[in-house]
Design a protein around this ligand. Structure first.
Ligand SMILES: [Mg+2]
Length: 418
């Protein structure tokens, strides 16, 4: 059996854990630069008259009038709270597949006790240790576990735990779920099914397999089988290394001069290079792009990108910054107010497969440098040591995060005071 554990309104819940005064109140979390709402708790979602997906500046007054509390996103806090939840799950089973920041599949195959009690125990322990509410669904396959989890959340008398352990409950779940509730059934497939009058998950499982195979390929077939109780989506406890790593953020203000953009670019390269080293890969290509603000009707518009090939695939921050800088110089044009710079590292290969270049000396010393660099930053905190290219004027291009909460769990200076 597989358990799917999913935190309720994760970002908003993380904020509320440290602010008991906000329990029961509508809370939303905003995207980078406070552009739009990316998460809302149940109380906020209940305010259906507010167009939650509008840009924040358009609805700010309505939010304030309705006493909605808003936070800038605090990914340091969310990431660390997520880690806590995953660690607790690790106490329950040796196989935990972290599926996203706030959900995980847990293999509960060996559990002999009553599964309802077991699911409740998971839920209660996470709440006791972290203050985060979760829903737990347990079923024989991943797709059914996802569905059970949805039912645990949506059906009030489940108490946030739903188990599909009998044929009767499987059918109950399938009849309850619409096709769009099935994990992995995309909009196109849902529409295709509607054309043949299939609206519920149950109806989907009654469609002949030949039709599913022909119209929905192997993806559809897998879902069809999983819903019928036949497990065919593997458990992946090791995250797959990423194939490309990138980051692009809007500046807090629009920047005209190359120097500041270079600093931001170097900073982003440092961030992604760290991720690269953490997964033991090297990048073959570096892409840099710049753009102005397309929503502005007073500024001249321009955007461009450039990809360069590394002489030897690398994860060395300094080597990558050097090439990224060259690329940036090629695409930067003066006279524009830039809103965003972004970097992408692609052509990722495992570190041990990197081939040297006959015409270039191998630089063993650099490896020691970067190892020391990582060690210092791990020990003393992010950006303790950095490439000088990242500059010291971060405040000028850094994201606007007006309403960010404290980093309660990772900064001594920001500990919760009682
Ligand atoms: Mg969730």
């Amino acid at each position: 059996m597989i358990a799917m554990v999913d935190c309720n309104s994760f970002y908003a819940s993380c904020e509320q854990v440290f602010r008991p005064d906000l329990w029961g109140k509508p809370v939303v979390v905003l995207s980078n630069n406070d552009g739009c709402i990316i998460a809302a708790n149940t109380e906020a979602k209940a305010l259906t008259h507010i167009a939650m997906f509008e840009p924040v500046f358009k609805i700010k007054d309505v939010l304030i009038k309705n006493k909605v509390i808003f936070f800038s996103s605090n990914y340091t806090l969310y990431g660390e709270m997520s880690q806590r939840v995953m660690n607790i799950l690790g106490d329950f089973s040796p196989s935990v597949e972290v599926y996203s920041i706030d959900e995980a599949f847990v293999d509960v195959l060996g559990v002999t006790e009553n599964l309802d009690a077991y699911g409740t125990k998971i839920k209660e322990r996470i709440f006791k240790y972290t203050g985060l509410p979760v829903g737990v669904g347990i079923a024989p396959t991943k797709v059914l576990a996802k569905l059970a989890n949805k039912m645990a959340k949506k059906i009030p008398d489940t108490n946030h735990v739903f188990i599909i352990d009998t044929e009767e409950k499987r059918l109950q779940a399938l009849r309850w779920a619409k096709t769009k509730d099935v994990w992995g059934l995309g909009r196109k497939h849902v529409q295709r099914l509607e054309k043949i009058n299939v609206f519920s998950a149950y109806q989907f499982t009654q469609v002949p397999l030949q039709w599913v195979r022909k119209e929905m390929t192997v993806v559809g077939e897998r879902l069809w089988r999983e819903l019928r109780g036949e497990s065919c989506i593997e458990f992946a406890t090791m995250p797959k290394p990423k194939k490309a790593i990138g980051t692009a953020k809007s500046f807090g203000i629009k920047l005209p001069d190359l120097e500041r953009i270079e600093e931001a670019c170097a900073y982003y390269i440092s961030e992604v290079a760290e991720v690269l080293r953490a997964q033991n890969s090297c990048a073959t290509y570096v892409q840099v792009f710049v753009m102005t603000n397309y929503h502005s009707n007073v500024d001249k518009q321009y955007s461009n990108s450039k990809t360069v090939t590394m002489p030897i695939p690398t994860n060395d921050t300094f080597a990558l910054i050097k090439e990224a800088r060259k690329a940036l110089h090629l695409i930067y044009k003066p006279g524009y107010r830039y809103k965003k710079v972004g970097v992408n590292l692609t052509g990722l290969i495992p570190q041990e497969y990197v081939q040297g270049n006959l015409f270039l000396p191998s630089k063993l010393n650099d490896k020691n440098l970067i190892r020391t660099f990582d060690m210092l930053n791990n020990k003393y905190g992010k950006s303790t040591v950095a490439s000088a290219m990242t500059g010291t004027r971060m405040g000028e291009w850094e994201l606007i995060k007006k309403e960010r909460s404290k980093r309660y769990t990772t900064q001594w200076r920001e500990l919760l005071k009682i």
